[in-house]
Design a protein around this ligand. Structure first.
Ligand code: HEC
Ligand code: HEC
Ligand code: HEC
Ligand code: HEC
Ligand code: HEC
Ligand code: HEC
Ligand code: HEC
Ligand code: HEC
Length: 401
């Protein structure tokens, strides 16, 4: 008994010794923070209100925790630290680790894969009104304030589908518009509290997991493929993207895109992503129903690939017969991933088919919005395909038309 009592005392004294300096530090940090707050309350009052009402402030997280204490007056404001990504990690290692395993963490790197970015006016790049306006989410260690905006950094804000709208809307990837006018979006908007209708977060942040990724990804190209017919279409497309060479071997570009998760080459991975998605649907639908619906959408990917491959073949024939001059800047094929200034109107049409209509069609299909799948997607894809056929015909000699 006695010896247990002694150990107890030793523990207590030890604890006091540990807590004491921590507590003193806490007090002085709090006092330091008062000066930050009292000055900033005058110069940026609403900023301070947001912070004060934030769950973090209520747990004692101060200005100094994020910005350091090197800047103390109006004259030395440049000394305040704005490198906060790493700081979030210090206190939230779990969310940061998840974030890093997902596609958002690649957003900054993937944009610079495409040299056409640099064709944007430097004024737009500097103002972050170009690609960086959205792809900044992956900059440095990750811009956590993309969804938890400062200075509230609220979980509830990030849970609202609107948090995704600034980047996942508009003409290139209108997931917001598609979801909102789909059955899911409509059920959510008439009954938002019960979450009967799934939001972006229901399906892409299961259990709060920050590592967003999907089985197909934006370009909806992956390797290998078991369906023989589909392999044929996929090969034509991949060759024309410069991702495999004439013999079918992967190029350096493919390896790079694979490392960034833009193209999946591990079937065990995408099968797992799909299974996880079916489990999410399974909270509200039968799993058989969900698996069937998603399988039907895979079949739509195949159908668009068929049309895409046929269109490419039409243009390729003109090059092979030297009826159309093959642009000699590219060793292999048209730059369907390039963003602007295709070398001739036929390639412009192919680009439009691939990066605009095909992608929107697939966004529509996987988010169950028949208006986007058909009217904004298939109808336009098919019209552009017919344009390719018609334009190619004009190049052909009389006998071959
Ligand atoms: C005496 C007033 C004063 C005090 C005290 C003060 N600041 Fe500032 N701070 C300023 C002014 C002025 C600016 C420039 C803001 C502006 O232009 O609106 C500034 C800017 C900043 C910026 C932005 C820097 C940038 O590069 O944009 C941060 C972050 C900041 N302060 C944090 C703090 C923190 C943390 C403390 C406490 C350690 C603190 N401030 C104490 C006056 C003060
Ligand atoms: C949880 C971390 C965190 C806390 C706490 C915090 N900030 Fe910030 N603050 C940020 C982040 C993130 C940015 C954006 C930095 C960037 O430019 O990437 C920022 C930017 C700023 C800026 C400049 C940009 C702007 O929007 O005006 C000022 C000024 C500022 N903070 C002041 C403060 C003051 C004053 C406090 C305390 C009342 C405070 N911050 C508390 C994380 C924090
Ligand atoms: C000094 C430690 C510390 C730092 C630095 C920090 N946090 Fe926190 N954060 C906390 C604590 C403590 C809580 C409240 C307890 C909890 O929810 O884990 C919290 C809660 C949160 C929440 C949940 C808020 C809610 O609505 O319940 C979010 C979101 C968050 N932090 C984001 C961030 C972001 C983004 C950064 C970087 C800009 C950051 N935190 C930096 C300690 C920190
Ligand atoms: C600041 C802009 C921004 C915000 C806000 C944003 N995203 Fe993203 N998101 C991106 C970018 C950019 C990419 C592409 C990343 C890359 O280059 O690989 C992306 C990729 C994704 C992907 C991966 C698609 C794939 O290729 O597998 C999903 C899923 C996703 N986002 C869901 C969301 C959800 C859900 C929200 C809201 C909670 C959200 N995003 C908020 C910019 C954003
Ligand atoms: C309005 C916000 C926004 C702007 C501006 C923007 N992007 Fe994106 N970008 C996104 C989103 C969101 C995604 C993910 C879409 C998806 O997976 O369906 C994405 C995806 C991509 C991808 C595919 C990444 C992958 O993993 O599949 C590339 C490459 C890309 N963008 C390049 C660019 C380039 C280059 C620019 C500038 C010319 C640009 N983006 C401008 C939001 C934007
Ligand atoms: C694309 C949007 C998005 C980005 C970017 C983002 N978050 Fe979150 N975050 C969310 C969503 C959505 C939730 C709510 C998840 C849930 O519980 O349903 C959340 C919740 C949180 C929470 C609360 C966790 C809990 O269980 O209470 C913390 C802490 C957090 N995020 C930190 C971060 C940090 C750190 C970063 C940067 C690495 C970050 N977030 C980047 C969307 C985002
Ligand atoms: C009912 C579940 C569900 C909801 C709600 C949902 N998504 Fe998706 N999302 C999916 C599925 C399924 C895919 C395709 C997954 C695959 O590749 O197999 C997908 C794919 C994506 C992709 C990759 C490119 C694409 O469009 O095919 C992005 C980015 C994305 N969703 C963002 C969002 C955003 C932003 C919202 C909200 C505006 C949202 N999603 C709402 C299930 C959902
Ligand atoms: C939070 C619950 C919820 C989740 C999760 C969810 N759904 Fe739904 N879904 C609904 C509701 C509610 C409806 C409307 C049903 C009706 O029309 O009566 C619906 C309708 C649909 C429809 C329209 C066709 C029909 O039968 O009405 C399809 C297709 C669909 N969901 C597929 C999916 C797929 C695939 C997933 C997973 C990627 C999924 N859903 C996830 C709730 C959900």
């Amino acid at each position: 008994m006695e010896s247990r009592g002694h150990t107890g005392w030793i523990y207590t004294i030890g604890l006091i010794l540990i807590i004491l300096p921590l507590n003193l530090q806490g007090v002085s940090a709090k006092e330091g923070n008062l000066t930050c707050v009292s000055c900033h309350e005058k110069i940026n009052p609403n900023l301070v209100v947001s912070w004060r009402e934030s769950p973090m402030a209520q747990h004692g997280v101060t200005c100094i925790d994020c910005h350091g204490s090197h800047h103390k007056s109006a004259e030395d404001a440049v000394r305040a630290s704005l490198m906060v990504g790493r700081l979030c990690e210090k206190c939230h290692p779990t969310e940061m680790a998840q974030f890093k395993s997902g596609k958002h963490a690649q957003a900054w790197a993937s944009v610079y894969k495409f040299k056409k970015v640099l064709e944007l006016p430097p004024e737009m790049i500097d103002a972050e009104e170009g690609c960086g306006g959205c792809h900044s989410i992956g900059r440095e260690d990750g811009q956590c304030d993309s969804c938890h905006t400062r200075h509230s950094f609220a979980k509830e804000e990030a849970r609202k589908p609107e948090a995704c709208l600034p980047c996942h809307g508009g003409i290139n990837h209108p997931q917001w518009e598609i979801w909102r006018s789909s059955k899911h979006g409509v059920v959510y908007s008439v009954d938002p509290k019960k979450e009967r209708g799934p939001t972006c977060q229901t399906c892409h942040f299961p259990r709060g997991d920050h590592g967003v990724k999907t089985a197909w990804s934006l370009l909806a190209l992956r390797l290998p493929e078991e369906d023989r017919e589909w392999v044929g279409y996929r090969k034509t497309i991949l060759k024309w993207l410069g991702l495999i060479d004439q013999e079918g071997h992967p190029t350096d570009l493919l390896n790079e895109l694979q490392m960034k998760g833009i193209i999946h080459v591990k079937p065990e991975e995408w099968t797992q992503f799909r299974e996880e998605m079916v489990e999410i649907c399974g909270n509200c639908h039968g799993r058989l129903f969900a698996r069937e619906k998603l399988g039907q959408r895979d079949a739509i990917v195949k159908k668009t690939d068929q049309l895409m491959a046929e269109a490419i073949q039409i243009v390729e024939n003109l090059y092979q017969k030297s009826i159309l001059a093959r642009p000699d800047v590219r060793p292999i094929s048209p730059d369907l991933l390039g963003l602007y200034s295709p070398p001739n109107p036929l390639e412009e049409k192919l680009w439009e088919m691939f990066l605009r209509h095909r992608i929107i069609l697939l966004h529509g299909a996987f988010h169950n919005n028949p208006d986007y799948t058909s009217n904004h997607g298939w109808v336009k894809l098919k019209a552009a395909y017919e344009d390719v056929k018609r334009m190619a015909k004009e190049f052909l000699p009389e006998g071959e038309k």
